[in-house]
Design a protein around this ligand. Structure first.
Ligand code: NAD
Ligand code: DAU
Length: 355
């Protein structure tokens, strides 16, 4: 039986990737390796946790020894690496956590893969046949765009936040292991995701949570910052496609051709929430509050997804209005999930953030 090890599978995007692989490839063993940080939650996988091709392993990717043991035990044929510290605001207060997980953790995984895949025989490039390391990265490595243009696979790296600097560094290490040791890799750089299981520190789920609780909707700066939003299940499908069919050593930009200024996005969200909650139009918008800007805030991200579309036939399956509606419906029927993930540390975090 083939084995694929997915890191960060208890997180937002990782849980959708794990589900996609467990259900689509019943003949493949899927190992979900996750440290279960504040962002990891096994509730995200309740529906598939009893499937016979699924197994969870609690491990921290910063622990090189343990990671190598896990690789030796399970002998994965493929790795899909999503485990990361993922929130820009947290990277501004705790940059070292991002270096540890996103940079050192990634190198630990690359070393473990190289070790078990090469030990198999002679230490030559042939050892890697049938193996693949898929690194899941972000469009933030490319920096900020002005009012026009798109990020392509050829855009130079220009990260501005400690988060994007750590992801850029991990991307460079992944390419270095390909160029130096012949490790078979593919990489995806995706735009902003949204959807079920999104941790409510990020803009969309934070606003949903705050509308439900009558709390302010904090908009950084003037709200004119622009992001390109993609429904998370479409990202999971892109990862499936690139993992199986992407060219060795290649990278693919993934995005929705769906740009929104933050303020317009939050107003659209307020409109849909009012309708779904049976409130008078304009009620939720009154919660919008402009707050101090994020330091080093990137003005605009926008992905040119032509390569993945033309080479692999990928395109988003839902419009933003459909995806947002599905997302709100999910949050409205999973209030216990929201209560669970916003208990404990979450309150302390937000008290420190805005006081
Ligand atoms: P997330 O924060 O929701 O989940 C991260 C997961 O990684 C959690 O389950 C957490 O427990 C786990 N993790 C963190 N540190 C770990 C460690 N040291 N060892 C093992 N597990 C650890 O993140 P996400 O939003 O789902 O993002 C997943 C990946 O996709 C990240 O690499 C991120 O950079 C990338 N990405 C995210 C987006 C987005 O919009 N969220 C867009 C593009 C790319
Ligand atoms: O572009 C891909 C990236 O998208 C991923 O690599 C990151 O892991 C993911 O967190 C996300 O980064 P952003 O910084 O774009 O996402 P966030 O939801 O934090 O912010 C989206 C925009 O909204 C950004 O311009 C900042 C703004 N914002 C955010 C929050 C949390 C606000 O105005 N108010 C807020 O409270």
């Amino acid at each position: 039986m083939k084995t694929i090890l997915i890191t960060g599978g208890a997180g937002f995007i990782g849980s959708h990737v794990v589900r996609e692989f467990v259900l689509n490839y019943p003949e493949t063993k899927i190992i979900n390796l996750d440290a279960l940080t504040y962002a990891g939650n096994l509730e995200n996988l309740k529906d598939i946790e009893r499937k016979s091709n699924y197994e969870f392993v609690k491990a921290d990717i910063t622990d090189a020894k343990h990671i190598l043991e896990v690789f030796e035990q399970y002998q994965p044929d493929g790795v899909i690496h999503l485990a990361a510290e993922s929130h820009v605001d947290r990277s501004i207060t705790n940059p070292l956590d991002f270096v540890m997980t996103n940079v050192i953790g990634t190198v630990n995984l690359l070393n473990a893969a190289k070790t078990i895949w090469q030990d198999a025989s002679t230490g030559s490039a042939q050892d890697f046949e049938g193996k693949r390391f898929h690194h899941v990265s972000t469009d933030e490595v490319f920096g900020a765009l002005g009012d026009e243009g798109f990020f392509t696979e050829e855009t130079s790296y220009d990260p501005h936040s400690p988060y994007s600097a750590s992801k850029a560094s991990s991307d460079h290490f992944v390419r270095a292991y390909h160029d130096t040791y012949g490790l078979p890799i593919v990489m995806t750089n995706c735009s902003n995701n949204y959807g079920p299981n999104h941790f409510p520190e990020k803009l969309i789920p934070l606003c949903i949570h705050n509308i439900l609780n009558g709390n302010p909707l904090p908009i950084y700066g003037d709200g004119k910052y622009t992001r390109d939003w993609l429904f998370v299940i479409d990202h999971a499908k892109a990862i499936d496609l690139v993992f199986h069919e992407g060219k060795n050593g290649g990278s693919y930009n993934v995005g929705g051709f769906n740009e929104w200024k933050n303020i317009d996005l939050v107003k659209e969200l307020c409109k849909q929430m009012d309708e779904k909650l049976g409130k008078e139009a304009g009620t939720s918008e009154q919660l919008i509050t402009f707050v101090k800007d994020r330091p080093g805030h990137d003005l605009r991200y926008a992905i040119d997804a032509t390569k993945i579309n033309e080479e692999l036939g990928w395109k988003p399956s839902v419009t933003f209005e459909q995806g947002l509606s599905l997302t709100i419906d999910w949050f409205l029927s999973n209030k216990e999930w929201l209560d669970h993930v916003t208990s404990g540390d979450y309150q302390n975090y937000y008290e420190n953030q805005y006081n």
